[in-house]
Design a protein around this ligand. Structure first.
Ligand SMILES: [Zn+2]
Length: 458
């Protein structure tokens, strides 16, 4: 270990009647942006000098055959390097602490004649313009706001010179790190299921404004729930990201899920392709229609019927859908059996005019999967989650967050761009291990000591 000491000089104006605190505060804020990166550059510069001295000998008296703490990138030799001079232009590195500029020393391998900068090699920065930490920071912001705003905020907070384009690229880079390389036929890489045997699997699809097709494309999400230990009465579920596709056939979601252990329950939104997928993956597993989607779907069916039935006004449709949602929750609240709940369901259906064909078709299709969660055996099996019906809330919160980001600016996404966004966003929101590990490794707590000393004290 060795110390680098730098002198900090502040040219303080004399305190007088016109002195303004704002001036000093501005000084402090500006120092917060400039000092860290400048101090780091100086300390690295000195560390580099020492490294080169120890590997090549003093500047005017080169020593041959000295060992090195790095290996030649050409022939892997671990010693006998010669000075090859300093680069004239500093190497610019965009970091989470702003732009760090370092003048690099080069060395030459006496074995294979390769010339390289050992500092970059030793710090894992060879070929990098932007550090991983800045990439992760920008991507994290980019999942919560527009890229332009993400760059602006990062520049304000950390004094980085980030641009919207960098924030955009950072998101793509992080998505690639999380998912690994593309598969055969350039199929996008996937995150991998965050849990091998969840108790409940939620499958949900949503339409997103991406790609060339007028109606956009489909994004599908698979989320697993497991119990989390805690005081009785405050048991909660943990959610895990199992799979994600954007603009791909739903069978691609199946490929991501086929290694999972069969869950105790599948919750889905009722879309035919997703229901088919669930039945194919886990033929024995009971299916529950999501209680958040059910009233929404009914309202849509009312609107489809409206074309022929002018008397079905929006308020009627909305109130009816709301009453339907209330009916579902009541069955849980009053601890009804499946048979009792279905009687209530059928009474509700009977009051809907027979001319509303879409609504009737919708309710008939949903009926077999509406009250699966009332099965006493299933309720016992999933009691540790706080009841099988809670998946609905998890999905609803997540979908709201995803839509909030994808809707920003009303812009249209490329399919790959949106897949990158949803990959990073869902991995972050649901704490996928790949994201947690990437974040942990790029945001380690500082272990290097530093202190500010006061010189020439009067
Ligand atoms: Zn070599």
């Amino acid at each position: 270990m060795s110390a680098t000491t730098l002198a900090l000089t502040i040219e303080m104006p004399l305190l007088e009647a016109l002195s303004s605190w704002n001036v000093f505060e501005s000084l402090a804020v500006q120092m917060a942006k400039d000092l860290p990166r400048q101090a780091l550059a100086e300390a690295l510069d000195e560390a580099q000098e020492r490294l080169i001295d120890s590997v090549c000998g003093p500047r005017w008296a080169p020593v041959r055959g000295l060992p090195a703490p790095f290996a030649c990138p050409g022939c892997k030799a671990r010693g006998d390097f010669a000075r090859k001079g300093k680069r004239t232009r500093p190497r610019v590195l965009h970091t989470a602490a702003g732009k760090v500029e370092i003048v690099l020393w080069h060395v030459g391998c006496r074995g294979c004649k390769k010339v390289f900068a050992p500092l970059l090699l030793m710090l894992g920065l060879a070929g990098k313009r932007r550090t991983d930490r800045l990439t992760v920071d920008l991507a994290e912001l980019g999942t919560q706001m527009s890229f332009a705003r993400a760059a602006r905020i990062d520049a304000q907070l950390a004094g980085t010179g980030a641009t919207a384009g960098q924030a955009h690229n950072a998101l793509a880079d992080v998505a690639a790190i999380l998912t690994g390389p593309e598969g055969p036929d350039r199929a996008p890489g996937t995150l991998g299921a965050a849990h091998p045997s969840p108790d409940v699997v939620l499958l949900d699809g949503t339409g997103v404004r991406a790609g060339d097709r007028k109606n956009g494309c489909g994004a599908y999400l698979a989320i697993g729930l497991t119990g989390r230990s805690g005081p009785a009465g405050r048991r909660r579920a943990r959610s895990h990201l199992l799979g994600l596709t954007v603009g791909e056939d739903w069978s691609m979601l199946g490929a991501q899920l086929e290694h999972l252990k069969a869950p105790k329950l599948v919750v889905l939104d009722g879309e035919v392709s997703i229901t088919t997928l669930a039945e194919r993956l886990w033929p024995q597993v009971p299916i529950q229609r999501c209680w958040w989607h059910l009233p929404h779907g009914l309202r849509k069916a009312f609107y489809a019927d409206d074309a022929n039935n002018r008397h079905v006004n929006p308020r009627w449709a909305r109130d009816k859908a709301k009453a339907f949602g209330e009916l579902l929750r009541e069955q849980i609240r009053h601890e009804r059996t499946q048979d009792e709940a279905l009687v209530a369901y059928d009474e509700f259906v009977a009051k809907i005019p027979a001319t509303l064909l879409s609504a009737h078709a919708y309710l008939a299709g949903a009926r077999p999967h509406t009250f699966t969660c009332l099965d006493p055996k299933l309720r016992r099996q999933l009691a540790h989650l706080g009841g099988p019906e809670l998946g609905t809330g998890v999905l609803e919160r997540l979908m709201r967050e995803l839509n909030a980001r994808t809707d920003i600016g009303g812009s249209r996404w490329s399919i790959n761009g949106l897949r990158d966004l949803l990959t990073v966003q869902t991995a972050r929101l649901l704490g996928h291990p790949a994201w947690t590990e990437l974040h942990r490794s790029t945001h380690q707590p500082n272990k290097i000591e530093f202190r500010l000393q006061k010189f020439n004290a009067a």
